[in-house]
Every structure is written in structure tokens, then in C-alpha cells.
Design a protein around this ligand. Structure first.
Ligand SMILES: *Cc1c(COP(=O)(O)O)cnc(C)c1O
Length: 378
């Protein structure tokens, strides 16, 4: 019998994205669809400004410029994250200070922050892993007391919330990703979310190659010129038209993903009871968006399970190599540090397929095969 492949991710077209692209009248930046997307984000994420950019990486780089990161500044962040979280600040000469995660959520452990704060600390960058919120009250309290900026890497967290506050609306700045691997996508794209209003004016300049073209477009100045740092960060109107279709369906997308998430969870509760695996814990303060369903395996079984699933044409996958142990990340660490939970989780975490192309029977097939593996490998 021929069995279908179940891919880890399968980006899809879900609304009238292609019609919107055909309808574009003005291809230059900040056209009709860019404006619509930006309004949608402001309304649904409740931030003061939402600027469409080419990627979440671009949004994080803009954040680093906006908070005036200087060489030798220290930026606190988890090590269990994507390179961009660190690179954005490293590019401006700052030093990433990696802290450990809470093994229940894989999010930065607020208790670890106090120990690494110095006179050089400038900001805390939180990552809402799998779209599950960090403990934001604790983190913002520390930041207020120490006069630090809070930046939310909300790449995975669109429409998730912390105590009913949308993620990306809590820190001074937030960054979303619309990469094809995320819940809502346009191939590649992102947004810088601004909650601290002092950043709005300058953010528009930085996005537009360091020029005040925005003021020129609005007839406030007669010519535009070079006024600040900047780069080409704005998202193309072509991508924005596609993105607009996706955003219109965003709530449906998340509803469907959460359904899959809950199906997996129900199935795996049994295996957890037998202590073969651990499944994600959602803290009381967090409302997630079904971005990732992962399991944590006991005893280094991850590679074997991955191979087993592969042989069944199920393409599950691991996640981050800790940044503090990575080839480049080591350059920023003087004394060898040990981040116990990060190192453990990086070896033990397996992500299961989760996308809109999955039917209930696919989820059951994935779950059953994991169960079969444990029957054979106790
Ligand atoms: C995907 C991701 C990014 C990068 O997003 P791009 O839009 O591809 O730049 C950054 N941080 C985290 C936590 C991510 O998951």
C-alpha cells in the first residue's frame, strides 16, 4: 500500500491572495495592501504602530538601531532561539548575554535574568517559543526597576496573548515573522510593532534607508534627504498583497492549528503518564496560537524516533542548537557557561508536523507511529 508523505510544514494559499496581487495598482512601497496589513496589525495586536518589513530579522535589526545599541552594550536573551535574535544586536557591536530557559515552557527563565544584569545591560529580548507567552509581568518588572528596554521576539506568536494582552504589544518593541514556516506567511516578511511612541518617527526613517521620504510623501518637506541610520527594510507591496489575504484568515488559521494541537495533546497524554515523553505545558497566563507541537523525549531517543518516523514518511524535526554553544556564538562568551535546561531541551525536543494541510487522520497516524516506536523501544 502506498502511504502519503506527511510533511513537517506545508505553507498554503488560503484566501484571495493571488487576486489581491493582480489588483495591485501601485507597486511602490506602502501601497494599498501594505496600509491594510498595517491597520490590521494595529487593530488586532493593539500596538501603537505596526511597520511591515522584509522579515522578523529586519524588525529586530531596526529594534537594535532604535534603542541605540552601542559596542559593548549587553543584551539579555535566551540561548534557545534562532540566530536572528542575537545577530541583530551583535551586528551593532553588542554582546549577547545568554540565559537559561524554563523547562516547562522553553521560554527565558525570569529568575535567571537578575543574576546577569550589569551596568552595561541595555535590553532584555524575550522569545515566545512556540507561540506560548513568557512570564511578562515578572520580566517587565525587572526591566522597569533596572531601566532596560524590553523587546519581544514574537516571530512565532501572532495572535497569542499574555493575560489577554496580544504578544508583541507588551514590550517597548515587538517583532513578527511572516516567513513561510510561520502561522501566517507571505513567503518572507515581518513586522516591527511599536508600543513606546517615542520610536515611531525614527522607525519610519530607519526602514526607508535613513531618509525622511515619509515626510516628503505626506507633503511635510519639499525634498527628502539622508537624516539617520537606515537600510532597505520595507516589505514589498507584492508580498503585502499576499499577506493581506492571509491576515484576513488569521483567526481561522489559528483555530485550525489549535484543533490539531489539542488532538496531539489528547493523544500524547497517555504516553506522558507512562513517562515516555513530556508534552508542552501552557501556563495559566498564556493563550497560544498552535504554532508548534513538540514532545520531549526521555533518554536520548530523539534520533531513533526521527529515523523511525522518517521511514514511515512522517517528517518530524528537532529544533535549535543552543546559541551559546554554536560555532559563532562561542565568540561572545569569555568563560564557558552551562545552561542546563537549554542544552537538555535542544537534545530532547522533537516537533511534529503541524500545518493546514493536515487532516485528523494524519494527526492520528503521526501519533500512532510515535506510540508504536515506544512499544518497540521501551
Ligand atoms: C522565524 C524566527 C525568526 C526569523 O524570522 P524571519 O522572518 O525569517 O527573519 C526570528 N526569531 C524567531 C524566534 C523565529 O522563530
Amino acid at each position: 500500500m502506498k502511504i502519503d508523505k506527511i510533511f513537517f510544514n506545508q505553507p498554503s494559499i488560503i484566501d484571495r491572495e493571488i487576486d489581491y496581487i493582480r489588483n495591485i495598482k501601485n507597486f511602490s512601497s506602502e501601497g494599498f495592501y501594505s496600509k491594510r496589513c498595517s491597520q490590521w496589525l494595529k487593530r488586532n495586536i493593539k500596538c501603537k504602530e505596526a511597520l511591515l518589513v522584509k522579515s522578523c530579522t529586519a524588525a529586530l535589526e531596526m529594534a537594535a538601531i532604535l534603542i541605540n545599541v552601542k559596542p559593548k552594550d549587553e543584551i539579555i536573551m535566551p540561548s534557545f532561539t534562532f540566530t536572528s535574535t542575537a545577530n541583530a544586536f551583535v551586528l551593532r557591536g553588542a554582546k549577547p548575554i545568554f540565559v537559561d530557559i524554563d523547562p516547562e515552557t522553553q521560554n527565558l527563565d525570569p529568575k535567571a535574568i537578575n543574576k546577569v544584569i550589569t551596568k552595561k545591560t541595555k535590553a532584555i529580548v524575550v522569545v515566545h517559543y512556540a507561540g506560548v507567552s513568557c512570564d511578562m509581568n515578572l520580566i517587565t518588572k525587572i526591566a522597569k526597576r533596572e531601566n532596560l528596554y524590553v523587546i519581544e521576539d514574537a516571530a512565532q506568536a501572532i495572535l497569542s496573548s499574555y493575560k489577554n494582552k496580544p504578544l508583541g504589544s507588551i514590550g517597548d518593541l515587538g517583532a513578527l515573522s511572516f516567513h513561510e514556516t510561520k502561522n501566517i506567511h507571505c513567503g518572507e516578511g515581518g513586522a516591527l510593532l511599536i508600543n513606546n511612541p517615542k520610536f515611531i518617527k525614527r522607525a519610519k526613517i530607519i526602514r526607508d534607508k535613513g531618509t525622511n521620504r515619509d515626510l516628503f510623501n505626506r507633503n511635510i518637506v519639499k525634498k527628502y534627504t539622508w537624516v539617520d541610520y537606515g537600510s532597505s527594510y520595507q516589505l514589498s507591496e507584492l508580498n503585502a498583497a499576499f499577506l493581506y489575504g492571509q491576515l484576513r484568515q488569521a483567526k481561522n488559521v489559528i483555530r485550525y492549528r489549535l484543533k490539531i494541537f489539542k488532538l496531539y495533546r489528547k493523544f500524547f497524554e497517555n504516553l506522558e503518564k507512562k513517562k515516555f515523553i513530556k508534552i508542552p505545558k501552557i501556563p495559566y497566563y498564556s493563550k497560544p496560537n498552535g504554532h508548534i507541537f513538540y514532545i520531549l523525549l526521555k533518554k536520548k531517543k530523539l534520533t531513533n524516533l526521527l529515523n523511525f518516523l522518517n521511514s514511515k514518511k512522517i517528517y518530524a524535526t528537532f529544533h535549535y542548537t543552543p546559541l551559546h554553544n554554536s560555532f559563532f556564538g562561542k565568540n561572545f562568551i569569555k568563560k564557558k557557561i552551562q545552561l542546563k535546561n537549554t542544552e537538555l531541551v535542544s537534545k530532547n525536543l522533537l516537533r511534529l508536523p503541524l500545518h493546514l494541510g493536515l487532516k485528523k487522520r494524519d494527526v492520528i497516524r503521526c501519533s500512532k507511529e510515535v506510540e508504536n516506536f515506544f512499544k518497540k523501544n521501551k
